[in-house]
Design a protein around this ligand. Sequence first.
Ligand SMILES: [Zn+2]
Length: 260
Amino acid sequence: MLCSIRANSNEKVFALTSDKSHGPFLCPKCRQEVVIRKGKIKIHHFAHKPPAMCSHGKGETEAHRNCKMSIYSALKTKPNVQALELEKDFGPVVADVYCLIDNVPVAIEVQRSNLSVNNITQRSEEYSKLGIYVLWIGLHDSTVKKQIDNKQCSPKAWEKWCHAAYFGRVYYWYQEDLLLPVHFAAHKLYVKESEWYDPDGNHQSAGGYERFSKRYKTPVATSLLSIANSFKAIPKSAWQQGTVSIPNCRLYVDRLRKWW
Ligand SMILES: [Zn+2]
């Protein structure tokens, strides 16, 4: 977690601008004491003292914290962004970054490793009840880069969910408020041609054609999009296909036409 409550003043403070001497600090969720971690390289943050039962800040990696902080800092400079807050607590959900973009309430949620599709579904429903449009994003890490370069990927459950919810795109955070939209196109596999003679001496052949892979997709990326300037609010009705189930929700979706 990048923010905590300063016990002495009861105000929300940033790890970046806090010092050990300002402590004690409390977790905004469970009100247990948290410790400040200020490394030379790592993003400054707060952490529960173990053992902690509270899930606030759990499963966050350095990359995740860096992403949140960078989005927050970038949005701070945009004239059409108001009410910007990092780790905004709405009770049932804490938004990684929350703000009004051209007066539309938006929650930006960065995917973290321990978040299941059930969690994503529930959180999206909660935001919808609050009248907030949610933007789920993944991290543009070495795995994603490699998949785009190799033109082959096997989407994870959360990626399938986002792809279905966001009309055929998944957003990966690139830098500042810039996201890389990626579409998962059908992936063709070539079935090699082979010939042989059966025991009766008849000529047989097979293969020599392409088929669609059930497991793999071809990721197709397009140009970077700015969170502050390239998206619009869309209410989405509940929808189901195969194993993917999308609830009634409010989504923040890009304005691009299909690029694939
Ligand atoms: Zn806590």
